[in-house]
Design a protein around this ligand. Structure first.
Ligand code: NAD
Ligand code: TYD
Length: 380
């Protein structure tokens, strides 16, 4: 497979996937397709933008005609689809945008890929539509052990790279979909369309559902970069509800490596869950972040704890997410590379060292810069 479109490549996870593929596979043509919404930022890919196997195309995934033409012009054999509206809080305020991009946009890509691939003599042979989804489609797990437990099988499966488990149940690939937020409902719907294109037309598809990611280049509306930034400027830290919701955190480069493994070796029509058995209560993670930021800024460790401010809970706030990724670990040999404590140190250091990036994405300056830079390479 040589000509690959990665959608959403100027966003958080997508930029890590593009970087990995461009650097690791010089023989592939990698096309980063992104509309550059508020969350897309080409500064995330400055280090690969001049590579001969990389091209950026500014495009809305809902633009069927232009996408179909791009598939023909570039003779695309693989699509790794990450472009999406991704923030739960925004979806609560503006669900339509989520349905448009996540559902209609995904359907538009699928339909264009179908028409193009079915027009070829070899049809679907050697082709793949790989859809990146989230664990949030499975709904929420119960917190049966609010203090946290340590099931032995988890220790083995994760090579000790987990925190604690707050319940016996985990999301499996067979867990019934039960999305609660407009974001997760739109992602669930797009997952169903992807599987329907396999089952109905025989399109080779794969869906993966990953837990919360953290690491460099995440837009600072999400918990970890937002809080690092606020601690630096001594702004309050808005903790939703009691801060007891549990999320399962994976370092973004480990997700990108999993996507690489699955894209090349995953079985068609399968679903793989991706996660590092690394559950944390929000309040515990926030305390760790405060300690690390304080230490790195030469402040007394923990002196910024008083920035914690409990605020009204998010509507429909899911209690607990926890991924069982043993299928991926045993079938394809992937495992997370970093302990959380190591990953969070790297992450905090990156945000503190890259203040300019943070200021740019929050001021919108990057939009102006890249409109000029890529004016002549834009298809619209
Ligand atoms: P992000 O918000 O950082 O980036 C999304 C990218 O998609 C941006 O570059 C944006 O410009 C682009 N985009 C949005 N609408 C578009 C449109 N209509 N046309 C073209 N491009 C468009 O998101 P992220 O956190 O990197 O997430 C990437 C994918 O991974 C999403 O599909 C998300 O559901 C999934 N996911 C995210 C997480 C997480 O923790 N962030 C976890 C599991 C799965
Ligand atoms: P977030 O980063 O938005 O990811 P998701 O909602 O996809 O899990 O939020 C992670 C957790 O942190 C979630 O339980 C909501 C909580 N949260 C806060 O308490 N305060 C905040 O300001 C944000 C953005 C999130």
């Amino acid at each position: 497979m040589r000509n690959i479109i990665i959608t959403g490549g100027a966003g958080f996870i997508g930029s890590h996937v593009v970087r990995l593929f461009v650097n690791k596979y010089p023989e592939y043509n990698i096309i980063n397709l992104d509309k550059l919404t508020y969350a897309g930022n080409l500064a995330n890919l400055k280090d690969v933008e001049d590579k001969p196997n990389y091209k950026f195309v500014k495009m809305d995934i809902c633009d069927f005609d232009t996408f179909y033409k791009l598939m023909q012009d570039e003779q695309i054999d693989g699509i790794i689809h990450l472009a999406a509206e991704s923030h739960v809080d925004r979806s609560i305020k503006d669900p339509f945008t989520f349905a448009r991009t996540n559902v209609m946009g995904t359907l538009s890509l699928l339909q264009a890929a179908k028409l193009y691939w079915e027009s070829l003599p070899e049809k679907y042979e050697g082709k793949l539509f790989y859809h990146i989804s989230t664990d949030e489609v499975y709904g929420a797990l119960e917190m049966t052990n609010p203090e946290g437990i340590n099931p032995p099988f988890m220790t083995k499966a994760s090579s000790g790279k987990h925190h604690e488990a707050y319940g016996e149940e985990f999301f499996l690939e067979t867990t019934k979909y039960a999305p609660h937020s407009p974001y997760s409902a739109s992602k669930a719907s797009s997952d169903h369309f992807v599987r329907a294109f396999h089952d109905t037309y025989g399109m080779p598809t794969i869906v993966t559902n990953c837990s919360n990611n953290y690491g460099p280049y995440q837009f600072p509306e999400k918990l970890i970069p937002l809080f690092i930034n606020n601690i630096r400027y001594r702004k309050s830290l808005p903790v939703y509800g009691k801060g007891e919701n549990v999320r399962d955190w994976l370092y973004v480069e480990d997700h990108a490596r999993a996507i690489d493994t699955i894209f090349h070796n995953g079985r068609v029509a399968e679903t793989y869950n991706i996660g590092g058995f690394n559950e944390w209560k929000n309040i515990d993670i926030i305390k760790v972040i405060i300690q690390v930021v304080d230490r790195m800024l030469g402040r007394e460790e923990g002196e910024d704890m008083d920035l914690i401010t409990y605020v009204t809970d998010r509507l429909g706030h899911d209690a607990r997410y926890a991924i069982d990724s043993r299928k991926l670990q045993t079938e394809l040999g992937w495992e997370p590379s970093l302990q959380f404590e190591e990953g969070i140190e790297k992450t905090v250091k990156w945000y503190l060292d890259n203040e300019g990036w943070l200021n740019d994405v929050t001021s919108g300056d990057y939009q102006k810069y890249y409109d000029n830079m890529y004016g002549d390479k834009t298809i619209e």
